[in-house]
Design a binder for this molecule. Structure first.
Ligand code: NIG
Ligand code: FE
Length: 411
């Protein structure tokens, strides 16, 4: 099956050879081709170039993209899409003056989601989560990382990971799984944190690794949740079993989580709303991708990740949604890109690089996703008729997507 997209006003994020990541000043450059074509064979990109060289071979489908922009689908490297129910009541409680931390301290927050998830059937959890997966695909996301962490018991954590696995099998979006058993301390383990970590490490982690239910390991390294020492303990045990760290750090307080991530060669450190100079310095010359989650800052009214400081110091930056019921009940990467421009002063080029190639890197998908490159997955967005790619973040909150193609097929 071959498809040819012709008359593309501008084909964005093109590259000859897959890059691993884009750092510092380079993030301001977004390689693009005007008046271009894109040739697809089955699920892969076969060729692209200028319309002057459009292939004359017979194809199964021709798609005319006159006045439209084509770009790779978003790579959302941090989500908690698999969850049960919602936390609308906490949203109202926050409007009425309670803080996210106060709600959590009263048994709400992550524990509230865990209570709901523990009693729901695997089928029902799959159904609720599939709705969100379909929703983000329509919004242009072609690869997504999904975490466990709302189970907090062996049964419920494994149930979440099995649902993530099934979603990956059943949908054309690429899904990577992360084990986040250390997301919060369950009430039954109050004042017995070490025992809970023992259970995570001894009872759940070996099954996750043996059954290959997750590639990545995560922990909420935060004041009131898990300490740097807890983080190192978990990362030591999980890296021994072959899991790669991608961790929640510096959301509310900077306590050394970035350094712990770097020490264990984390693929990414995520959130980073509270960044000290030493945290930025710790990321230099490492393989660890800093990941910002601007929709979370927006929803909770907490500081935005200091993107300018991070990028201007020469580091890369990725953008992700953090889609979850408590701090970010939205998986719209178009909004993430817009908010990064509006609130974090990233240019459209920087934000698009952060939400495509750098997002792919933060999931270990940079060889197959995140750009328009021969041999990569045929995952792309065709926009409506818009003046330029900068119009996507400029017209924040509006939908500029006409169609989304995943693995070569329109969804
Ligand atoms: O990334 N910060 C930790 N975990 C999630 C939110 C968890 C929740 O409130 O359900 C986050 O923001
Ligand atoms: Fe998160």
């Amino acid at each position: 099956m071959t498809s040819l997209v012709i008359n593309i006003k501008e084909l964005i994020q093109v590259e000859e050879f897959p890059k691993t990541m884009i750092c510092g000043k380079e993030m301001k450059i977004l390689p693009a081709l005007k008046n271009a074509f894109l040739l697809i064979k089955d699920d892969l990109i076969m060729d692209f170039g200028s319309m002057e060289n459009v292939p004359t071979i017979p194809v199964d489908t021709t798609i005319d993209a006159t006045n439209k922009i084509v770009l790779p689908t978003w790579c959302d490297s941090h989500t908690h899409i698999v969850y049960a129910g919602n936390r609308e009541q906490e949203f109202v409680d926050r409007i009425n003056g309670l803080s996210y931390e106060e709600i959590a301290a009263n048994g709400g927050g992550i524990l509230n989601s865990a209570k709901k998830l523990q009693v729901i059937s695997e089928i029902e959890l799959y159904k609720q989560s599939a709705i969100r997966v379909e929703e983000v695909m329509q919004l242009g996301t072609g690869a997504v990382e999904i975490k466990s962490g709302y189970g907090l018991t062996k049964e419920a954590e494994l149930k979440m990971l099995r649902v993530i696995k099934k979603l990956n099998e059943n949908y054309p979006i690429t899904i990577k799984a992360t084990f986040l058993g250390a997301h919060a301390l369950p009430t039954e383990f109050k004042h017995r944190k070490n025992e809970y970590l023992d259970a995570v490490i001894k009872d759940i982690l070996p099954i996750v690794a043996a059954e290959k239910l997750a590639e990545f390991i995560d922990i909420f390294c935060e004041t009131g949740y898990f300490t740097v020492a807890d983080t190192k303990r978990l990362l030591l045990a999980s890296t021994k079993l072959g899991l790669t760290p991608k961790i929640h750090v510096n959301q509310f307080t900077a306590i050394g989580g970035v350094q712990a991530g770097v020490e264990f060669n984390a693929l990414s450190v995520d959130h980073l709303e509270e960044m000290r100079d030493e945290d930025i310095a710790a990321l230099k010359d490492t393989r660890t991708m800093p990941v910002a989650l601007p929709s979370c800052s927006y929803f909770l009214s907490i500081p935005y990740t200091p993107a300018r400081k991070i990028i201007d110091s020469g580091l890369p930056l990725a953008l992700a949604s953090d889609y979850n019921p408590g701090s970010t009940p939205s998986g719209n990467m178009n909004f993430v890109v817009a908010t990064a421009c509006i609130k974090m002063k990233m240019t459209p080029e920087e934000a698009i690089n952060a939400a495509t190639i750098n997002g792919a890197y933060a999931m270990g998908l940079e060889q197959t996703h995140g750009s328009i490159c021969k041999g990569k997955k045929a995952n792309f967005i065709i926009t409506k008729e818009i003046p330029s790619y900068g119009f996507i973040p400029y017209s924040f909150g509006n939908n500029q997507i006409a169609s989304v193609y995943l693995e070569g097929k329109e969804i």
